[in-house]
Design a protein around this ligand. Structure first.
Ligand code: NI
Length: 375
């Protein structure tokens, strides 16, 4: 399949975006392209998304390339002639690019399958934005013997021909928390007869925000954001209860654990001081995406051969459920790359665009990495 066709395929995906777990037409299209190209599809119970497989000439290791396929609830404002046909749905995170590139890689590897050993799965993951698409793919059981997982993301901060290759944490772990304080309600004029949960929460908030500066080494990226606070009904009533929500983002398992433990400790200490009931709920989300040094090395070699410029990027504190794949078993390694898709508006912006010129280079670069690891 030549470049023109992949560009046409990309434009079709871009024009026909579907939200997470509703990617019916997207899945049909992926299936159609795989079938035309003689690539095997693993039959699973997935209602959207699918897994393709390519077997090399001999037995060898099993690897997986994952591409997410879902779009976002955003009204597109790019003005492109192949802009979204679906109101309030847009490929504003480049998953149309991911899907196209993964198809390109599948086609290319299928053509040269007599030249490598082992098995490559190409997983087209539904519902990544909702954070549990990976669990659906993993739930099929198909990927249980995979020892290397590969993923990538379009990057509008990089030019075409640039690839972000970085050892270690590249996407953050995302945890959520909620703190409920139960005090004693009373008249605003008689605070001494009650126990004001709003005052308690406000000082708890500054303790939680400040502790990272004291307990976490400055070299470790940490975000603690309070995003929702609620309590009370009127200006002259001290309420019974109030609550606070927010998120913690970290790039290492150790820092993640320290923060969770410290939150529990601080909330417990606060309970003792204020005599209010404080309850902390810690809701664990996606883990950090950690790149293996040896897979980064393979990517560096592939970049050299394919004329891609390797760029060391600063990790962002956003997340990707790609980490669920490498958590599958202790030995599984992961590599998550950034691919320059032309500088412009950021991801999730209604004017975000991928330059289709980036497709071909990305297909060659990623195909070469997989080829190298299976040779
Ligand atoms: Ni994305």
């Amino acid at each position: 399949m030549d470049k023109f066709n992949l560009t046409e395929i990309f434009k079709w995906f871009h024009a026909n975006p579907e939200l997470g777990f509703k990617e019916t037409e997207t899945t049909k299209k992926i299936r159609e392209i795989l079938v035309i190209n003689g690539i095997d599809i693993v039959e699973t119970n997935l209602s959207t998304g699918l897994i393709a497989v390519i077997h090399g000439k001999k037995q060898g290791k099993t690897v997986c390339l994952r591409a997410d396929i879902d779009a976002l609830p955003i009204q597109e404002e790019t003005g492109l002639d192949y802009a979204s046909c679906n109101t309030n749905v847009m490929h504003a995170c480049g998953h149309d690019f991911h899907t196209t590139v993964a198809l390109g890689v599948a086609i290319r590897l299928n053509r040269i399958k007599n030249q490598f050993s082992g098995t490559v799965y190409i997983a087209f993951e539904p519902g990544e934005e909702a954070f549990d698409g990976a669990k659906h793919i993993l739930g099929t059981g198909v990927l249980k013997h995979v020892s290397e997982f590969y993923g990538f993301h379009a990057d509008p901060a990089m030019s075409i021909g640039e690839a972000g290759i970085k050892v270690g944490g590249v996407m953050a772990a995302v945890d959520r928390f909620r703190i409920d304080v139960k005090g004693i309600g009373t008249h605003a004029a008689t605070p001494h007869l009650g126990n004001n949960p709003i005052v308690a929460l406000s000082s708890l908030m500054s303790d939680l925000q400040n502790f990272a500066g004291r307990e976490i080494p400055p070299s470790e990226p940490v975000v603690i954001s309070f995003t929702h606070i609620d309590g009370g009904t009127a200006w002259n009533i001290i309420p019974d209860t109030a609550y606070l929500e927010g998120t913690v983002r970290t790039l290492s398992d150790e820092v993640r654990r320290t923060i969770r433990e410290s939150f529990h400790r601080i909330v417990q200490g606060f309970k003792d001081i204020t005599e209010a009931e404080c309850e902390l709920q810690w809701i664990r989300g996606a883990s950090a995406v950690i790149n293996s040094a040896s897979l980064c090395n393979t990517a560096e070699n592939s970049a050299k051969e394919e004329g891609m410029k390797s760029v060391n990027f600063i990790p962002e504190m956003v997340s990707d459920d790609f980490s669920s794949f490498t958590e599958l078993n202790e030995k599984a390694q992961g590599l998550y790359l950034k691919i320059g898709t032309g500088k412009g508006y950021p991801l999730h912006h209604p004017k975000f665009k991928v330059d289709p010129e980036a497709i071909d280079g990305a297909v060659s670069f990623i195909s070469n990495i997989l080829y190298k690891t299976l040779s």
